[in-house]
Design a binder for this molecule. Sequence first.
Ligand SMILES: Cc1ncc(COP(=O)(O)O)c(C=O)c1O
Length: 457
Amino acid sequence: MSTESTKIRKDIVKRYMEKTVKSRRLYERAKRIFPGGGTRNVANFYPYAFYTSHGSGFHVYDVDGNEYIDCNNNMCSLLHGHSFPPVLNAISSQLSKGTAHSTPTEVQLDFAQLLVNRVSSLDEIRFCASGSEATMFPLRLARVVSGQNKIIKFDGSYHGSTDYVHTNVCADYKYKNPPNLNPELGFSPGLRDHILITPINDIEYLKELISSNKDDIAAMIIEPVINRVGMSATQEYMKEVRTITQEFGIYLIFDEVITFRHALGGFQEFLDIEPDLTSFGKCIGGGLPIGAFGGKGELMEWFNPTREPHLSHSGSYNGNSISMCAGIAALQHYNQKEIDNITHWGSLLATGLKKIIQDTNFPAHVTQAGSLVYLHIFRGNYANARDYGLNLLSNYPILRYLHLELLNQGIYVYHKSCIEYILSTVMNQPLIHTILEKTREALEIVQPLFMKENNES
Ligand SMILES: Cc1ncc(COP(=O)(O)O)c(C=O)c1O
């Protein structure tokens, strides 16, 4: 690394540390009680995350008094930014009536009805407490109903932290074909033979995989846009997936924990495909903990406790009144008009970023799925998450400095493989221009790192 690169890196870190002195003190304290100084690995970043004091609308504030434009929105769960008045009102009017009750409540019914009305593939639905549970139960259901054990999942997709899907969250970079199992530490060895990994958008590969395991496959779970790398399954591919899964009696599960925001009826409406089962979470809870899953009545009836046999499904916070009220309020204010608005802002942001990249010759490219915009810090062609990872590899260390410089500029974004801008309905067009200006500043500061480091290698 040249001395100039070292100087740029040090300067970025120094400016971040100078403005986040109180956060740093809290982080030092946290390291003694939380492993790694935090309680949510994905929210961790270098050199330490700022401590939030509060959020309001599209802003979030840290304990040192710094203001950031929040382009993270709690990893996609805040559709309307922070402290959205209709959500706050709904929560406060429920609070005096209690927060969670073990017998059913009418508000559960209201919320279930709202979701079933919106998503055409749903006959019946159940609530749970997280997106992880919302993917776990459909997978279990598919295994029970089909009597088979194998599950197909995309290389590079995340479906929460339960055992079956705790693998290939990061794509397998080591082997060319087939994508091998790349389990997270702690993945159950007993499940190794039950998970089949397929690259996104490669129908021939999938057909081969299905035909060589055809009597053993219970389900295929799909995140229609692999959020970690901002890559969408094409409609053509998905239509073929629907046909082939039907042909082989494989249950198709859509994980819409993130993609539900893209259309009133979820990404499935956009693709014009009906999965057998769907998982929901994050944004349907209006910022409160939630999960839900649903699908065809004949499948969901397996959870009916009055029939034998049935699948067990319980959870102390399933359908808790606060999440229900918050979710209803959030979705009642999330209609076609709001979706059109944030999708439009997403397009403005994506177009603006492309222009900046062109003007500055920054080695990057942009992808977009509605109100989610992804800035990838490499150029190049890739067809799947594995190729993506290989392309990113050499630039990856620079990503953290770009992320940190964006924070220095007052923009809070998510960055695991790319910089992800997650928009909310309370944003507006002038704000998108501000985000673009600040991003331009950050890119200009970071750009010499690429030139210096690439020239050296
Ligand atoms: C696509 C997807 N599915 C499932 C989950 C798990 O949701 P939760 O964090 O609520 O358990 C996530 C979380 O990031 C996700 O992105």
